[in-house]
Design a protein around this ligand. Structure first.
Ligand SMILES: Cc1cc2nc3c(=O)[nH]c(=O)nc-3n(C[C@H](O)[C@H](O)[C@H](O)COP(=O)(O)OP(=O)(O)OC[C@H]3O[C@@H](n4cnc5c(N)ncnc54)[C@H](O)[C@@H]3O)c2cc1C
Length: 457
């Protein structure tokens, strides 16, 4: 990058918030995928004004800008594939306001989800979106990916908790979208358009988030089943009984084994699947529901049911779920991680398909995820030299998912990793409209180029 331009960036953010070192470039080349490309320059803005000046300069000199939170994405969204600037938002990390009467908070994008949750819970409030990465992912990254989480079944995803945004457009203009009220139908919903736009339309610099009262109690159970079909049937039976657990997570036998190796929980070797189920609400409601869930599991063929009797036991059950990604990574093979969703009623069909796919293609496939939402994380593990075998299987998987009226990505987004498959789901008319929207927001194509659309529009 031209030295004069680097100097100008330094004037904007100051020397301590600019990094041109090779080490910085390496550490900002990745996200949680294995995709990588180094940025030329890393900037850590501390205010909206700085973001605006950075983007004005980038658009004047056609410099690509890749917004970045914690870099924990599973789609390559924050990999600066065209070089340029990695715009790291983690130093804009202030909770600006928590309004306990209006039940909302105003935050900067670099606030870490878990830290925010702790803060609002101290006040008896609750911010439900809880991606598995909540300990390190940023709220800005969560909004930009439309992140889901383990409590989405009952409480919805990030999308359902964003009331308004401040964002900077590619040419440096600052816009405000949305409201501080729960309802509003004034013009097009630009807030929703920006949620899940993966840094391709604007850089989010402030968010107004909805809060709700904290549930008084939670009860969790880990239930094992002889077959995945029994577990899938149980999911449908629980929902049909009009109980909406806050969490209803599925793990297949391979995930159970991987977790057991790590945690030694003694998940029975003969069982082929398990569910982590949590209900919450008032103490009476919670006790009633956990009893009903236990009984339903028994009638659906549950083998072992571990109901946590106290906070420590509950934490233990949750640890099993939280450890899966780590446990899979420790297996040392290359992982192709998909994030499909199907209508809940079709989970048995997709699980059956996955076991056929593993068998016919001779692949190791581990499946876990938010079964209550129909959202499964399918992990295909291969030695690096067989990666094309995994990609072929992914195509077949996506065809089946779409046949079952599902979607290719329920929460991780398209980014770079899924962009070759976008047109499998999005019809030409809608795709053209999306490209036109991108062009209006970012005529020069400097904002996160190469993402979502397979080639720059
Ligand atoms: C162990 C593990 C568990 C996970 N579990 C879940 C889960 O349960 N649910 C889920 O949805 N995801 C999950 N993820 C994926 C990931 O954590 C989420 O996508 C998260 O929202 C990314 O946040 P981040 O701060 O790391 O963003 P990054 O990865 O840095 O960026 C993600 C995308 O957002 C854009 N972006 C970031 N900040 C901004 C901003 N301020 N303005 C505009 N664009 C921006 C980037 O350009 C990129 O396209 C998991 C990841 C890991 C490693």
């Amino acid at each position: 990058m031209d030295k004069k331009i680097v100097r100008r960036f330094e004037e904007i953010v100051g020397p301590e918030d600019l990094d041109t070192s090779p080490e910085g470039a390496i550490t900002h080349a990745y996200d949680a995928t294995r995709l990588q490309h180094r940025p030329e320059l890393i900037l850590y803005p501390r205010s909206t004004e700085e973001v605006s000046q950075i983007l004005t300069l980038c658009s004047r000199h056609a410099i690509p800008v890749c917004p970045r939170g914690a870099g924990s994405g599973f789609a390559g969204g924050s990999v600066p594939i065209r070089g340029g600037v990695a715009l790291v938002m983690t130093r804009m990390n202030t909770i600006l306001q928590i309004h306990t009467e209006d039940l909302l908070a105003v935050v900067q994008p670099g606030v870490v989800n878990g830290a925010f949750q702790e803060r609002v819970e101290e006040l008896g409030l609750f911010y439900p979106p809880d991606p598995g990465s909540m300990a390190f992912s940023t709220l800005g990254g969560n909004v930009a990916t439309g992140a889901g989480g383990l409590r989405s079944l009952k409480y919805g995803t990030t999308r359902d908790y964003v009331l308004g945004l401040e964002a900077v457009l590619a040419d440096g203009r600052v816009i405000r979208t949305g409201v501080r009220t729960l309802k509003s139908v004034v013009g097009y919903d630009l807030t929703r358009l920006l949620i899940g736009s993966e840094g391709t339309l604007a850089v989010i610099t402030e968010m107004t988030l909805k809060l709700i009262p904290k549930p008084l109690m939670q009860r969790a159970a880990l239930v094992t089943f002889r077959t995945p079909a029994d577990a899938a049937r149980t999911v449908s039976r629980i929902i049909a009984s009009r109980i909406i657990p806050s969490t209803l997570e599925f793990m297949d036998s391979a995930c159970m084994a991987a977790v057991d190796e790590h945690l030694h929980l003694g998940l029975a070797a003969r069982d082929q699947a398990c569910l982590l189920i949590e209900v919450d609400g008032s103490p009476e409601e919670t006790e009633r529901e956990i009893e009903k869930v236990e009984a339903l599991c028994r009638t659906c063929g549950a083998e072992q049911t571990l109901v946590a009797q106290n906070r420590k036991e509950r934490e233990g059950l949750w640890q099993a779920r939280r450890t899966i990604s780590q446990a899979i990574n420790r297996m040392g093979l290359q992982k192709v991680n998909e994030d499909i969703a199907v209508p809940r009623s079709r989970i048995p069909e997709i699980l059956e398909f996955l076991s056929r796919l593993a068998e016919t293609r001779n692949l190791r496939i581990l499946t876990f995820g938010h079964a209550g939402d129909g959202n499964l994380h399918v992990n295909i593990l291969v030695p690096p030299e067989n990666i094309s075998k995994a990609h072929d299987a992914v195509k077949e998987l996506f065809q089946e998912v779409l046949r079952l009226d599902g979607t290719l990505s329920a929460e991780h987004g398209i980014g770079l990793a899924k962009s070759p498959y976008l047109t499998m789901e999005v019809a030409p008319g809608s795709l053209e409209l999306m490209r036109q929207i991108k062009k209006i927001f970012d005529p020069e194509g400097i904002l996160n180029p190469g993402k979502i659309f397979a080639e720059t529009p």
